[in-house]
Write a protein that binds this ligand. Structure first.
Ligand SMILES: Nc1ncnc2c1ncn2[C@@H]1O[C@H](COP(=O)(O)OP(=O)(O)OP(=O)(O)O)[C@@H](O)[C@H]1O
Length: 666
């Protein structure tokens, strides 16, 4: 394994051989120059990049000794990013009922490379909000919030919401968003294959994956389904899932790692092990920032710097350890012997009022809420520029192309379908059962000679029933499935796993397969009992197109509306009017003219017309022709109905793609 890890490092070194470190840096500079619109500054002024706090330990040699030390890909050296933020203010927008509330009060601080910084503070003090701003998940346009301030990466002003900036930051959110049907090994390997250099062999990838699994203490569950969801019992514990999410981000050897409560839900040994991994990554050169609640002493020893927040203000910003204790002691809060430091500082923060803390010298006394930070030791511990690298910066990797991205996504989706097969099997069984029911109710309606109008109407009703069943069934399942995929897509897209097109292509391919099985099961059960005259395959094809158009509508609603229950409420509003305008309940020519145009908005209209042409088009009886004319079936050629349904599917899918891309990009 060691030999493998070195091979990989050699590969990176070889990639770099063509240019020195400055080449890489200049590349970054060019990128950042495009992102300087943040708070309307036209030209970024490179700051003298400083670290205000204590840097990390020496390369790879520190840590609590919990884990086996060895040369490893995730611990190999890199250039960290200096991250500064200046006057970051986050307030809720005032409404008629609620006045504006300050969440973050003009915070200014910085995080240096080669250091592990803990962001601590009581619940609600603004830790997650700060991380969301720094990682671009909250921006100046976030609904309900107003944000201002400046963020600099390596001294250059950037817009953290810009997708290109976001891709530089490995962000592990509080909520886990890994597909439940993957194993930890598959989840990490998926991320590695898509985000690491395409020239890596499968063996290289599996070495890296093993390395991460081992270091994150996940080997014993490496091949267990992550689980979760109503139909998949068992699976990993919350803490294990969280570690998988960390592994997925650490696979790229990131230079800037931001983790929101990575140790919550972990037992103390696992928390210690994870912090040891993060410390070693910081020692390798990365800038590592974590939010954490009351870490025990062994974890505290791994932390280089502390940013302590209270009510959106900075209470302490400086080195962790002895300096924190001294600062609190000098301001009248000496730590009692039976307290550990993290418990003590949180107790002080929570049991004293802002005024008391101010009068002790903790917060600025000039009563200016927007300038409240004291920066412990800032003057004496100022360090110069970006921490130097140990010379093994990774060159920009060549990622796999769109075809491989699509294949990998499709493979994962197929596995997902098979592993979560119960819900799919239920869907098919329900379709078969309904198909049989329809078949029995409309038994042999298609075997009449359609002389009388009620015979034609019965057959038309039977066709409509099949089509409506398809429309509801497919749109519903597409809408129900999407909330599971949505957070996964948003995380993976924004962390540079793949582009939007492969995601939609793989999803579409799988949906074609599942929709076809769904439609086929219903039609096999009903079509022959009903005894239609139409060609089975033509009917099946039109029904399938309606299914695809309907699933596209489901996807569209799912991408617009985050809350699945709201989306489910909205669904009937989009589907039910289709019965009214497609001639099922009332002939189209009887609908008042000023409303008749709505028929053209309904996918069901086109499918119904095409199918009735297949069934009654060759029938010369007056009844058949009356129905076809009344419902406008002759308005277009049959092939045009096919084209229109395809166009509906494309428009709704394209719009969903656009909406999701924008959501993930923000
Ligand atoms: N979108 C929002 N709209 C309104 N208020 C918000 C929003 N996001 C966060 N807040 C408020 O900002 C405050 C800080 O929230 P935040 O999640 O950043 O705290 P935290 O320190 O991470 O808490 P915890 O440790 O419990 O996770 C809270 O009072 C929260 O209600």
């Amino acid at each position: 394994m060691v030999a493998r890890a070195m091979d990989e490092d050699d590969l990176y070194d070889a990639e770099e051989a063509g240019g020195d470190k400055n080449t890489t840096k200049n590349h970054d500079d060019v990128d950042f120059d495009n992102f300087l619109q943040f708070v309307n500054d036209e030209i970024a002024t490179p700051l003298p990049v400083v670290s205000t706090k204590v840097g990390g330990g020496v390369d790879g040699a520190t840590g609590g000794g919990v884990l086996k030390k060895r040369s490893s890909s995730i611990f190999s050296g890199r250039d960290g990013h200096q991250l500064d933020f200046d006057d970051v203010l986050l307030v809720t927008k005032p409404t008629k009922k609620k006045p504006s509330r300050v969440i973050l009060s003009s915070l200014t601080s910085s995080f240096a490379p080669r250091s592990l910084t803990a962001v601590m503070g009581p619940s609600g003090s603004g830790k997650t909000s700060l991380l969301k701003i720094l990682t671009g998940r909250v921006g100046s346009n976030s609904g309900g919030l107003s944000m201002s301030g400046k963020v600099r990466l390596d001294g250059r002003l950037v817009d953290p919401t810009d997708i290109e900036v976001r891709k530089k930051v490995a962000y592990v959110e509080q909520d886990v968003s890994i597909p439940a049907t993957c194993t930890p090994r598959e989840a990490i390997a998926f991320s590695a294959r898509l985000r690491l250099d395409r020239r890596m062999t499968d063996d290289d990838i599996s070495e890296i994956v093993d390395d991460i699994l081992e270091n994150l203490g996940l080997m014993h569950v490496a091949d267990t389904l992550i689980g979760g969801g109503p139909l998949m019992s068992g699976g990993l514990s919350g803490g294990e899932k969280k570690r998988v999410q960390c592994g997925v981000e650490l696979v790229t050897r990131p230079s800037l790692v931001i983790l929101d409560e990575p140790t919550s839900g972990l037992d103390s040994y696992s928390a210690q092990s994870l912090m040891d991994v993060l410390k070693r990554i910081a020692d390798a050169g990365a800038t590592v920032i974590v939010t954490i609640h009351q870490p025990p002493p062994p974890v505290v020893r791994k932390i280089d710097n502390l940013l302590l927040l209270l009510g959106g203000r900075i209470l302490y910003d400086g080195p962790m350890g002895h300096e924190v204790e001294e600062t609190f002691k000098s301001r009248g809060y000496p730590k009692p012997d039976d307290y550990n430091i993290s418990d003590w500082i949180l107790q002080v923060a929570q049991t004293n009022t802002i005024d008391e803390l101010r009068s002790s010298g903790f917060l600025a006394v000039d009563d200016d809420d927007e300038r409240t930070a004291i920066v412990a030791s800032r003057d004496v511990k100022r360090m110069s520029t970006i921490a130097s690298s140990d010379g093994s910066t990774r060159a920009v990797a060549e990622h796999v192309g769109l075809v491989v991205q699509t294949r990998l996504l499709f493979d994962r989706a197929i596995k997902q379908l098979f592993r979560d097969k119960l819900s799919f099997v239920i869907r098919i069984v329900v379709n078969l059962a309904f198909g049989l029911l329809y078949g029995c109710i409309f038994l042999s309606v298609g075997r009449s000679d359609y002389e009388y109008y009620p015979e034609v109407m019965a057959s038309f009703g039977a066709q409509s029933n099949i089509l409506i069943g398809t429309m509801f069934g497919v749109a519903q399942s597409s809408l129900m499935e999407f909330p599971k995929d949505r957070p996964v897509f948003l995380r993976e897209y924004s962390t540079d796993h793949y582009s939007v097109l492969p995601y939609f292509l793989s999803k579409f391919s799988l949906e074609c397969i599942t929709a076809l099985i769904q439609v086929l099961s219903q039609m096999v059960a009903s079509f022959f009992l009903m005894g239609f005259k139409a060609n089975f395959f033509k009917f099946l094809f039109m029904n399938f197109l309606l299914a695809i158009a309907s699933s596209s509508i489901g996807l569209f609603i799912g991408s617009c509306i985050e809350d699945p229950s709201v989306a489910a409420e909205l669904m009937p509003a989009l589907l039910v009017p289709q019965f009214l305008f497609s001639g099922v309940f009332i002939q189209v020519n009887l609908i008042p003219e000023f409303l008749r145009w709505a028929q053209y908005l309904c996918s069901l209209t086109y499918a119904t017309r095409a199918v009735s042409l297949y069934e009654f088009g060759n029938c010369d009886t007056e009844s058949c022709q009356q129905l076809l004319n009344a419902n406008g079936a002759y308005e277009f050629e049959t092939y045009l109905y096919t084209i229109i349904l395809c166009a509906i599917a494309i428009v709704f899918r394209g719009t969903s793609m656009y909406i999701l891309k924008n959501k993930a990009s923000f």
